[in-house]
Unconditional design. Structure first.
Length: 243
């Protein structure tokens, strides 16, 4: 893998975020909706839905809210119709940025995303303008802040499970898989007793790029603006976070 940890970016964002529960639950509801809409309402046969449920529960989303989002997607309840859209562009310092949204109003969301980029020193590009810099992979994060897990043991277990790569850094193990092997690796690690702090099918950059402190600060303002938008589901970038 490229020589920089996705965990650095997760730490940076976790330390900066102070989102309200309602906004968090709304984003989870949209994520659950689209996963169930595309792959059905049974998490045992729908890996994306299983991951979405796990994320929602990790943020203490009530089971009733989770069930309601799934029922809307499968037609058991009436509800808004959402569509997935991906925006690509460049942030300050030429950092590649990909934004996934789930919206019931394409025109409104497009205007808001375009404004966020323009306001914070970035610009939107055409479809495909930056996706070639990323690969779709399964990403699993297991914390080891107390150093209770042996690096050798974790590496062997991950390889046995079918992982493609593993990185050890800053009290955490980052495990990467192919999309096809993602669910099997997650299930294997859970079965043998590991707690998965993060699990997602994500876009991982081929390489991370450093920028000046000024441009990094501007990029974080862009990220904050995008994250405040309730339609935004995921943001991917290739910034190498400064220590």
């Amino acid at each position: 893998m490229a020589g920089h940890s996705k965990w650095k970016n997760i730490q940076k964002r976790k330390n900066a975020q102070d989102a309200k529960k309602g906004k968090i639950f709304m984003r989870h509801a949209k994520d659950l909706y689209i996963a169930a809409k595309q792959g059905g309402g049974d998490p045992s046969t729908n890996a994306a839905l299983r991951a979405a449920i796990d994320k929602a529960k990790a943020d203490n989303m009530p089971n009733d809210n989770i069930d309601r989002a799934i029922k809307k997607a499968t037609g058991a309840l009436d509800g808004a119709s959402y569509e997935e859209i991906t925006y690509e562009g460049y942030g300050p310092g030429g950092i590649a940025v990909i934004v996934h949204v789930l919206t019931d109003n394409r025109n409104r969301t497009a205007a808001e995303i375009r404004h966020a980029f323009k306001k914070n020193g970035g610009n939107l590009g055409e479809n495909g303008s930056v996706t070639f810099m990323f690969d779709r992979k399964g990403y699993i994060l297991i914390l080891n802040e107390d150093k209770s897990i042996s690096e050798d043991d974790m590496t062997l277990e991950a390889i046995e499970a079918g992982a493609e790569d593993i990185i050890t850094q800053d009290g955490a193990f980052e495990i990467y898989t192919t999309p096809d092997d993602f669910e099997a690796v997650c299930n294997h690690l859970r079965t043998i007793g590991y707690e998965l702090e993060e699990q997602e099918l994500a876009l991982i950059p081929h390489n991370y790029q450093s920028v000046s402190e000024d441009d990094e600060a501007k990029l974080h303002l862009l990220m904050d603006t995008l994250e405040e938008n309730e339609d935004v589901q995921d943001i991917y970038h290739n910034l190498r976070v400064n220590e």
